[in-house]
Design a protein around this ligand. Structure first.
Ligand code: PLP
Length: 419
């Protein structure tokens, strides 16, 4: 593709974009009366315009029916979590029985680790990336301590090679093979939150299984971003939040995947609650936990209907498109962003940018800025560009195929040039 850093070229790409109408389905934050260039859908996705009516429906049913809304409402709350499973299963490449929407991400990570991090004897280690998102690091640290191990001994962190910013897939697989039967769990993100690197979930899982370990993934930055096939890749479990690429709103409800082959395994320990109990008996209030089959059997509590209603608004949109379409546009938007960034750097000697995101990526592009990085970032903000600053000097940008445009990218380039 021959890119051009002109407004006319960008508008032409938007005109030809098969997803162009979706931008109008979201509220775009404003700056001095015009649309911001919103590049932080990897932190908090934008609000679909239908969120309000989705919430209103549940508020109306609550007002009209009170507790009877569990069965009498338009979307009976007793079944509410199920209204999302088909859509979510499509997004992550799973069977409906393998997914459930519940809790928040870190809570789900702990619940999954209770079942899938089962250290015993000499097999007790966890392999993960160095520099993982803090919540994941704390989760691993507290889990190994909970089982009586020391972090430095029980957690094997994989770092990039000296002078490199991203991990090499071959190095990840080698560490897993080298540590073989001491590994209980390989736990990776799907997309690294800082560098934007997309990991090879399929090969990491195959290699983990070869050495007899479980493979789990935190898909916070991958769900709704990459094309995933969790079922076919044979992943043991995965968790993700829905407020990033899935646009469910701040603190929105999370998701979890448990592979079908673990669905009805009575030997898997878990922390249980009444909403994971066999549905037909749930209200009999009897003693003795019998899990619902599939991921639903990991639920603890009754569904948080209001945040789930907000989530539904965005899932309706995901039902109309597919991940392959989103990915096609994402690849082009990201390539255009990289082109525009490099072109702008060439024309403005004040800019110093090193792209740290490797070729294996999703929406996100991360750049290492020079000494004036923070003042550049402030310049972006003052000019209506919403990007993300990470200490010490990284700017993260995520053009999201559902609502970002090629014009957004061009405007971003113009602001870079004016620094
Ligand atoms: C965003 C993110 C989280 C956030 O966790 P919550 O429990 O939803 O607050 C956790 N892990 C990763 C990798 C993330 O990117």
């Amino acid at each position: 593709m021959q890119w051009e850093n002109t407004r006319q070229f960008a508008l032409k790409q938007d005109e030809a974009d098969e997803l162009k109408t979706y931008r109008q389905r979201f509220f775009i934050p404003q700056h001095n009366g015009i649309d911001c260039v919103y590049l932080t859908g990897n932190s908090l996705g934008l609000q679909p315009k239908t969120v309000r009516e989705k919430l209103q429906q549940e508020l109306d049913d609550w007002a009209e029916f009170g507790v009877e809304g569990h069965f009498e409402g338009q979307n009976p709350w007793f079944h509410y979590h199920k209204f999302s499973t088909e859509s979510v299963a499509r997004i992550v490449g799973a069977k409906p029985v393998e997914v459930v929407v519940m809790n928040n991400l870190t809570v789900n990570l702990h619940l999954m680790m209770v079942s899938f991090y089962r250290p015993s004897g000499s097999r007790y280690k966890i392999v993960m990336e160095a520099g993982a998102f803090p919540s994941d690091q704390y989760a691993m640290e507290s889990q190994v301590k909970f089982h009586g191990y020391e972090y430095d001994d029980a957690v094997i962190e994989i770092k990039p090679r000296p002078g490199e910013n991203a991990l090499r897939n071959e190095d990840i697989l080698q560490v897993i093979r080298d540590n073989g039967d001491s590994i209980a769990l390989v736990m990776f993100s799907g997309v690294q939150y800082y560098t934007g690197q997309a990991f090879n979930i399929k090969e990491i899982t195959i290699t983990a299984h070869e050495v007899g370990a479980n493979a789990g993934f935190d898909l916070a930055h991958a769900a709704g971003n990459l094309e995933l096939s969790l079922h076919d890749w044979d992943v043991d479990f995965a968790v993700w939040c829905s407020y990033k690429y899935l646009n469910s709103g701040p603190g929105g409800v999370s998701g979890a995947f448990v592979h079908e082959r673990h669905s009805n395994n009575p030997d898997l320990p878990r922390f249980a609650g009444w909403w994971g109990h066999k549905e037909s008996d749930r209200f009999l209030m009897k003693r003795g936990f019998i899990p619902e089959s599939g991921a639903a059997g990991w639920q603890l509590s009754n569904a948080p209907v209001l945040t789930m209603a907000a989530h539904r608004a965005s899932l309706d949109i995901f039902d109309e498109v597919n991940m392959a379409q989103l990915n096609r546009k994402s690849v082009r938007l990201n390539a255009y962003l990289e082109y525009v960034v490099l072109e702008s750097v060439r024309s403005n000697p004040k800019l110093s940018f090193t792209i740290i995101t490797p070729e294996d990526r999703g929406c996100q592009l991360s750049v290492l800025t020079g000494e004036n990085g923070k003042s550049l970032f402030d310049h972006l903000t003052e000019n209506g560009i919403i990007a993300d600053w990470r200490e010490p000097n990284v700017i993260r940008m995520a053009p999201v195929p559902l609502y970002n445009s090629f014009e957004d990218i061009h405007r971003f380039g113009e602001v870079l040039k004016s620094f």
